[in-house]
Structure formats: structure tokens, C-alpha cells
Ligand binder design. Structure first.
Ligand SMILES: [Fe+2]
Length: 182
């Protein structure tokens, strides 16, 4: 058993209860030190909250958009929701790969999402496009910072997961913002 796994076991035997603050209680034979895994899990879970929020916001736009470009925007916003679902899975499964608990509860989303709440009075097509492109840009910024952060504390694979997501956010932002021009 690797020493970090022993440490984890000792930690939990000592208290007799599950540590619910660090979310890395599952033992794993991964060589990445526990101190790095803890930081990665925290960073991934924080961005998981934003990704879930992004999906909900895309659906909010998908359901409520009205206007002459309804079909195009209704479908575009659903594509953003599909992309967000991919981000959610990538982040959550990286958490569990590292021995952590993926935090997908709605309460955690409210607490940790980096996005602004979707306004309830949004009606015009252009407003939905504007709000959703802002949400994508905010998530993109958080993910970009996460790439650097993960690389800094020594988890290149987690940085790579964030890079993959960042590339797709850029594409989604381009598709949505195209409707603001012209
Ligand atoms: Fe639908």
C-alpha cells in the first residue's frame, strides 16, 4: 500500500468518521502524492460547480428564448448545454480518478459556481445570447486559471483536462457570440 494511502487510512481510523472537507477519502494506487490530489480535487470540484451552472443556464436560454431566430437559437443553446454536460463528466470523473468525491449537489453549485445568476427578466433573443456568452466567458476565465494552477502545484494531467475544456469553451463562445455581430 502506498504511504499516502496508509496516511489516509490512519486519518480516518483516528477520527472514526469520514473526512467530508477534503473529498479525497478513497484509497488509490496512483503515484500522485496525496497533497497534490487534494488540491486537484478541490480545484476540479470548484469548476464542476460552474460547469453544472453553465448547463442549467444554457437550458434556461434554450427554453425561454423567443423571437424571429427562435429555432436557430433554441438549437444553439441546446448544443451549449450538451458541451457543458461533457465538461461536467470530464471534471467529475477526474475527481473520482484521483480518489475524491465528485461534488454535483445543487447546494455545492450555489456555493461554488463562478458564474453570475441567470437573470429572470431576460426576454429578447439578443439578451439571451449576451447572458450566455458572458457565462461562457466567465467559465472560460476560471478554467484558464485552473490550467495554470494545476500545472503550478504539479498535476499535469488535471491541467490537460482543463486545457481540453478550455478549447471547447472557446469554440462554444465563438458560436454564441457570432449571433451578437452583423
Ligand atoms: Fe429541448
Amino acid at each position: 500500500m502506498p504511504c499516502h494511502a496508509v496516511d489516509l487510512e490512519r486519518q480516518h481510523k483516528g477520527t472514526g468518521k469520514i473526512n467530508r472537507t477534503n473529498y479525497t477519502r478513497t484509497e488509490t494506487k496512483k503515484s500522485l502524492p496525496q497533497s497534490i490530489r487534494l488540491q486537484s480535487v478541490e480545484l476540479l470540484n470548484r469548476n464542476l460547480a460552474s460547469a453544472i451552472d453553465l448547463k442549467r443556464q444554457a437550458k434556461q436560454a434554450h427554453w425561454n428564448v423567443k423571437g424571429p431566430n427562435f429555432i436557430a437559437l433554441h438549437e444553439l443553446f441546446d448544443k451549449v448545454a450538451e458541451a457543458a454536460e461533457e465538461f461536467i463528466d470530464l471534471l467529475a470523473e477526474r475527481v473520482t480518478t484521483l480518489g475524491g468525491t465528485a461534488e454535483g449537489r445543487i447546494q455545492a453549485v450555489i456555493e461554488h459556481s463562478a458564474l453570475s445568476p441567470y437573470p429572470t427578466d431576460t426576454a429578447a433573443e439578443r439578451e439571451h445570447v449576451d447572458v450566455l456568452s458572458t457565462a461562457l466567458a466567465m467559465f472560460g476565465k476560471a478554467v484558464h486559471e485552473a490550467i495554470d494552477e494545476a500545472a503550478r502545484f504539479g498535476d499535469a494531467d488535471t491541467a490537460d483536462v482543463f486545457t481540453e475544456i478550455s478549447r471547447e469553451i472557446d469554440k462554444q463562445l465563438w458560436l454564441v457570440e457570432a449571433h451578437l455581430h452583423g
